[in-house]
Design a binder for this molecule. Structure first.
Ligand code: BEZ
Length: 211
């Protein structure tokens, strides 16, 4: 069965481009991103891993550890990483799992047989420090993911984990946020001293509390 929001992310041991990794040990108390791509030496995947490497500082700033996966082998990963570094002008520092026996792909339901019997689809999981799955996405092989959007979701998740707010459509860090419905407006006014804008009784905005 596929993993759903709130489920515990399964632990595993895997061979990766930086050596053997235990997932939970690798994550420690950090947030995590585990994402699969169909295959090494493919163009869209090359750009995806390049973008992820480019955003490495942004992930670190948010205390996020990244782990990629495909069902290709370690030697293939190592040669391909050189290509990514060369063509995308980056340094891939995060590990890529060599999931040749598809153990991790199976645990995370990353092979969708009606799309491909052999290759992983573009699955992505955001995992919280509590090891629970906070967000999933699945893209087809032909569509590269937007890793700036992944960062935006992490910003939202980290904010909403600490404050009684939610983030509106297209929100980006620094913009006004929504007071969650469970807070009464009279309580919101004391809880959010920067002000509460009441558009409708159920639609109330406040400036981002941690800015
Ligand atoms: C790619 O990463 O470029 C790709 C992989 C599988 C199918 C189509 C594109």
């Amino acid at each position: 069965m596929s993993l759903r929001l709130g489920d515990i992310a399964p632990d595993f041991n895997a061979k990766t481009s930086i050596g053997d990794v235990n997932f939970y040990t690798y994550l420690g108390d950090s947030w995590g991103i585990l994402f699969s791509h169909p295959a090494d030496f493919t163009p869209v995947c090359t750009t995806e891993l390049g973008k992820t490497a480019e955003l490495q500082d942004a992930f670190e700033k948010r205390n996020v550890k990244v782990l990629a996966l495909s069902v290709d082998g370690l030697e293939s990963h190592k040669i391909w990483i050189n290509d990514i570094n060369e063509t995308q002008h980056v340094h891939v520092g995060f590990p890529i799992i060599a999931d040749e026996d598809k153990q991790v792909a199976g645990l995370y339901d990353m092979i969708h047989p009606n799309a491909s019997e052999t290759f992983t689809v573009r699955s992505l999981f955001i995992i919280g420090p509590d090891k629970k799955i906070k967000m999933t996405l699945t893209y087809p092989a032909s569509t590269g993911r937007n890793f700036v959007e992944v960062l935006r979701v992490i910003d939202s998740l980290q904010l909403t984990a600490n404050y009684s707010v939610a983030t509106p459509a297209n929100w980006v860090d620094g913009e006004k946020v929504i007071v969650v419905p469970s807070i009464k407006t009279e309580d919101a006014i004391t809880k959010f001293p920067k002000g509460v804008e009441v558009v409708k009784p159920y639609l109330r905005y406040t400036p981002q509390p941690n800015k």
